[in-house]
Design a binder for this molecule. Structure first.
Ligand code: AMP
Length: 493
């Protein structure tokens, strides 16, 4: 069989909606909407496509909502925050590279049900979304969005027997979900039983707050209390806070890629500072793939801390030779007459004298399609680097993620399609070295059983039926059911 060619395009192909998102919630604070706004600011790296807040002034008060496309700073101004007000609020930032990048998929979703108002914001990916949605539709549910998070609203809206726990429906969810919910009387935070995505609990001015990452607490000067446990549901209301554990216990499988790339370096996950873990990943990488070189440079921002660790370990000078333009944004239009790697080059510029005539180690956190790494090597060669050694602070990505990180189909993952030598040649590097799974685990200071490593080793903690999902997806796309007029849609929520 002929081996597939390495992918060469910089444009991303639409695939199923993914949810690399950030969530925030606060209960019992006079500045609930503003705190949520600041919290979302700190979580902006988890999603830049849309942002939203739903607030409420007290038990049984009407929910107020504002959502929009773009960055938190673009979606909210003083007048929106004033309108939202409230003493409770939940917020969401969403990231997606899919065609479903419309306002109707912007969260939090909120609805009026027979059981009162409910709002929900979700980080993760439900692996049984297609099956649940089909079942709910067959029973009469009418969906307004293409996001799997809406399924939860439909489940929660259903009538329950008096003696039944209204949260029992959560057991129907499978996959990755860190969720914040707002009901008539309470705010709820929950994590799936594997704990794929992070969710932390804090306190500010006596009010409880929940956030995807602890960096959100730093900004609002909230005290970190603890992480929500895998499988835990915390209910915060006028009486304080209590926990339920409605799910069957599972081995925890926290996404290790949160440490590698996704989380902010100033956050703490499982008690470990993300920055320190990244530095240790760089040190492990240096021990595994040492090289004689004159300078170590990171691909900013993602490779900075691993490059620092790498340089420290081998006692090679560290330099920020690539300069990042922070103002590109997701809507940047690639001029059609420019070269294919223009998108990548416009983000980073190289300081020639930092690398000219030198043996250079360039460190990045990961290679997905290989576009970024290849463009970096070309830049370095053009600037006169004598040797270019590529080092990657995580193992090769061979498998897609079904739990909320946007990795493409296997045929677009460079390490799925090529041998190590083919990767080196494709990138044009003198050498290539990836961190091993063992090295990565050692850097986190934990044991393998705590993490989901599926994108590296193909061992998926929760079964995902890709063929079934595709079938349902195709069926849904053929139906004219969903409205495309976003302005009309916003009124519905
Ligand atoms: P690629 O050019 O496709 O190989 O992308 C690799 C670059 O994208 C690296 O610099 C990573 O830091 C970054 N990256 C890795 N995973 C993701 C992701 N899920 N979403 C966005 N960027 C990512």
């Amino acid at each position: 069989m002929q081996r597939a060619q390495p992918p060469t395009t910089v444009l991303q192909t639409p695939h199923t909606p993914s949810h690399e998102c950030g969530v925030f919630a606060v209960f019992g604070h006079p500045e609930a909407a503003s705190l949520t706004y600041y919290g979302l600011f700190a979580l902006q790296h988890r999603g830049q496509e849309s942002a939203g807040i739903v607030s409420c002034a007290g038990s049984h008060a009407p929910f107020k909502a504002h959502r929009g496309m773009g960055l938190v700073s673009q979606v909210f101004a003083a007048k929106e925050l004033e309108m939202l007000g409230g003493t409770r609020a939940i917020g969401h930032v969403r990231y997606s590279t899919t065609g479903s990048s419309t306002l109707r998929n912007a969260q939090p979703f909120s609805v009026e049900t027979a059981r009162g108002q409910i709002a929900v914001a979700h980080n993760g990916n439900l692996v049984n979304a297609a099956a649940l949605r089909t079942e709910l539709e067959q029973e009469g549910s009418i969906f307004q969005t293409t996001a799997d998070s809406e399924i939860l609203l439909h489940l929660l809206a259903r009538p329950v027997m008096k003696q039944q726990n209204p949260l029992a429906c959560l057991r129907r969810l499978e996959g990755a979900f860190s969720i914040v919910l707002m009901g008539e009387k309470e705010i709820i935070g929950l994590r799936d039983p594997y704990g794929f995505r992070p969710l932390a609990l804090g306190k500010v001015d006596g009010a409880y707050v929940l956030a995807s990452e602890t960096c959100a607490f730093d900004l609002i000067k909230a005290e970190f209390i603890r992480e929500i446990e895998p499988g835990e549901v915390v209910i915060i209301d006028q009486n304080g806070i209590r926990s339920e554990f409605p799910f069957a216990v599972q081995n925890s499988a926290f996404c290790i890629f949160e440490y590698v790339y996704f989380a902010r370096p100033d956050s703490k996950l499982h008690g470990q500072g993300v920055k320190s873990v990244r530095v240790r990943m760089g040190r492990e990488l240096a021990r595994l793939h040492p090289v004689e070189a004159d300078v170590v440079i990171p691909v900013p921002d993602s490779g900075i801390y691993a490059a620092m660790g790498f340089a420290e370990e081998l006692k090679i000078p560290f330099d920020m030779a690539f300069v990042r333009n922070h103002y590109i944004g997701r809507t940047f239009i690639q001029p059609s007459q420019r070269s294919r790697d223009f998108n990548v080059r416009v983000k980073l510029n190289l300081i020639e004298e930092a690398v000219k005539g030198k043996r250079v180690v360039v460190v990045d956190d990961s290679i997905v399609r290989g576009t970024t790494a290849r463009a970096r090597v070309i830049n370095l060669r053009e600037a006169g680097a004598k040797e270019v050694h590529m080092r990657i602070s995580c193992p090769p990505h061979k498998n897609p993620c079904h739990y909320g990180i946007d990795f493409p189909d296997p045929e677009k993952l460079l390490a799925n399609q090529c041998t190590m030598e083919e990767i080196r040649k494709y990138l044009g590097a003198d050498s290539i070295g990836y961190l091993s799974i063992e090295g990565m685990l050692a850097a986190t200071g934990g044991t393998g059983s705590r993490f989901c490593l599926a994108c590296f080793n193909g061992e998926y903690p929760v079964r995902y039926d890709a063929a079934f999902d595709k079938l349902i997806m195709e069926k849904q796309q053929k139906r004219p059911g969903l409205m495309d007029d976003d302005s009309a849609q916003q009124k519905l929520f």
